[in-house]
Design a protein around this ligand. Structure first.
Ligand code: NAI
Ligand code: PYR
Ligand code: MG
Length: 472
């Protein structure tokens, strides 16, 4: 079983025999095994035993099983249960539906439900756009996955994808006040996914596609955007690209380089990689090499994947061929959206002066940031436990906040570029440094600035179907 890095704290329920179990011995053993006791809670005590919950932080490479083995060897101490706080916050799911008003009496009942509700239904029947003012549509997004490319965990199925989609829904609400429903589909068939989402769409003001593997994700998003009149946004593609561009705008300021001069290598030309390539080109990058597991994409080659054909024809002018190690020498920027361990320290040593490395595979990046740090000037990952978190969570709440408020029919390139510049602008020139190129998701300037920039871009490009008062 893989022990993921998020499980750095465990809670053990232990029964200590009053006669033979010694708490001091227990604490010493946990400490020697590499655990740091964070809290001790007494659950029950009587004349023969005490039951305690001990919260232990696992330091370095210490594992849960290592600590348990040590405890099992102690006299008079029985391990009743081990729980992981990460699992505890998932018990029963992470979100719930809350009514906005309370039904206190029959009169309320007859308004929110039958018979009163019928006239509201008929008003919408006569004019379907009233769904925006009389239902949850205005502020509600569906977070939809088929479970085929969940984080970097791969095709783990729709049930296993739910915790991620619930997490996205929490973030939508907490960061931007957007109500989001997690929906995981029991199909991988492109046409069936498109049909299902179209049928679900009347309920929602927008669709956030999540963790759908490439290349199917490209067709699904393209078709839905053509066939629906609400924005359809594949977060792993565009959310990631928006945040990468924001990070790069600031990182190149730190190293005093410019977009049109840097050589960029992007590894992992899947959902995130294709959109990152497109956005960097739109932002002025001219020297870009895209690498997937077969090596650098080059215009001399033929590809079955139409996206790879597009990328190969619009990048790598000198047609550099070979592996990542072959093409990374001289690169100013490495961007990884592939998988753990793809980038080696030896590769970093061949990069240009002041390398910028965004290693964003989740949950484990392309290179361990601690290994990379001595060789890079600016280091970023997708993780929240290192500085410079480049993660699409910085984008999707704010971009949908703006898109929903102006009832945008799509989220177009201009809105995405505006979102990137808005995120980048949160870090002022005075604050900018190697460890701070991108704001935290908890920075409360992010969503308001993105909202404003996204609405303005939607209005300027004629995709806004409602002009909020402050923009009139
Ligand atoms: N930090 C963030 O915000 C985000 C991070 N990611 C991470 O990026 C990674 C990719 O995600 P998606 O694009 O959605 O997946 P994807 O499955 O669409 O694309 C992954 C690509 O990486 C390529 N790849 C695999 N092994 C490789 C290797 N050894 N060398 C070069 N390329 C290789 C695959 O062939 C594929 O084209 C995942 O680890 C995911 O968690 C994805 C989206 C957002
Ligand atoms: C962050 C995210 O969406 C992913 O890793 O897939
Ligand atoms: Mg994702």
């Amino acid at each position: 079983m893989i022990e993921l890095a998020a499980s750095t704290t465990i809670i053990m329920r232990l029964e200590l025999d009053t006669q033979s179990g010694s708490f001091a011995e227990l604490a010493g053993a946990i400490g020697q095994a590499g655990g740091d006791i964070m809290a001790v809670d007494l659950i029950h005590a009587d004349k023969v035993s005490t039951t305690r919950d001990i919260t232990v932080n696992l330091l370095g490479n210490v594992t849960e099983s290592g600590i348990i083995q040590v405890i099992k060897k102690l006299n008079g101490i029985k391990l009743i249960n081990v729980s992981d706080p990460t699992f505890l916050v998932h018990l029963g799911g992470k979100i719930e539906v809350q009514p906005r008003t309370k039904i206190k009496n029959r009169d309320d009942l007859s308004k929110v439900y039958t018979p009163g509700v019928a006239k509201v239904c008929m008003a919408i029947h006569e004019n379907p756009s009233r769904a925006y003012s009389l239902t949850i549509k205005r502020n509600t997004v569906a977070v939809i996955s088929d479970g085929t490319a969940v984080l970097g965990l791969g095709d783990i199925g729709p049930e296993a994808a739910m915790p991620v989609m619930e997490g996205k829904a929490m973030l939508f609400k907490q960061l931007a006040g957007v109500d989001a429903f997690p929906i995981c589909l029991a199909t991988k068939d492109t046409e069936e996914i498109i049909r299902t989402i179209k049928q679900l769409s009347p309920t929602f003001g927008g669709i956030n596609l999540e963790d759908i593997s490439s290349p199917r994700c490209f067709e699904i998003e393209r078709r839905l955007n053509e066939e629906l009149d609400i924005p359809v946004f594949h977060d792993d593609q565009h959310g990631t690209a928006v945040v990468v561009l924001a990070g790069l705008i600031n990182a190149i300021k730190v190293v005093n380089k410019s977009m049109d001069q840097v050589r960029v290598v992007v590894t992992g030309i899947g959902a995130a990689g294709v959109s990152i390539v497109k956005m960097l080109l739109a932002a002025g990058v001219r020297n870009l090499v895209a690498v997937d597991h077969m090596g650098a994409l080059c215009r001399k080659q033929q590809y079955d994947n139409p996206m790879w054909t597009w990328v190969s024809q619009n990048t790598n002018e000198e047609c550099a061929e070979g592996t990542l190690s072959d093409v990374i020498p001289g690169a100013d920027v490495f961007i990884g959206v592939s998988r753990q361990g793809v980038l080696k320290v030896e590769d970093l040593k061949t990069m240009a002066k002041d390398p910028i490395v965004f290693a964003m595979a989740n949950p484990e990046p392309e290179i361990d940031p601690e290994l990379a740090e001595p060789y890079v000037r600016v280091m970023a990952t997708g993780r929240s436990d290192f500085p410079n978190q480049i993660n699409n969570v910085l984008c999707f709440p704010g971009i949908f906040r703006g898109a929903l408020e102006c009832r945008a029919s799509v989220i177009n390139e201009e809105m995405k570029l505006a979102a990137s510049w808005a995120i980048a602008s949160v870090v002022s020139d005075d604050e900018l440094n190697e460890q701070y190129i991108i704001p935290s998701i908890f920075n409360d300037k992010v969503v308001p600035l993105m909202r404003k920039a996204v609405i303005q871009a939607a209005i300027d490009t004629n995709v806004a179907r409602r002009i909020p008062r402050e923009f009139r």
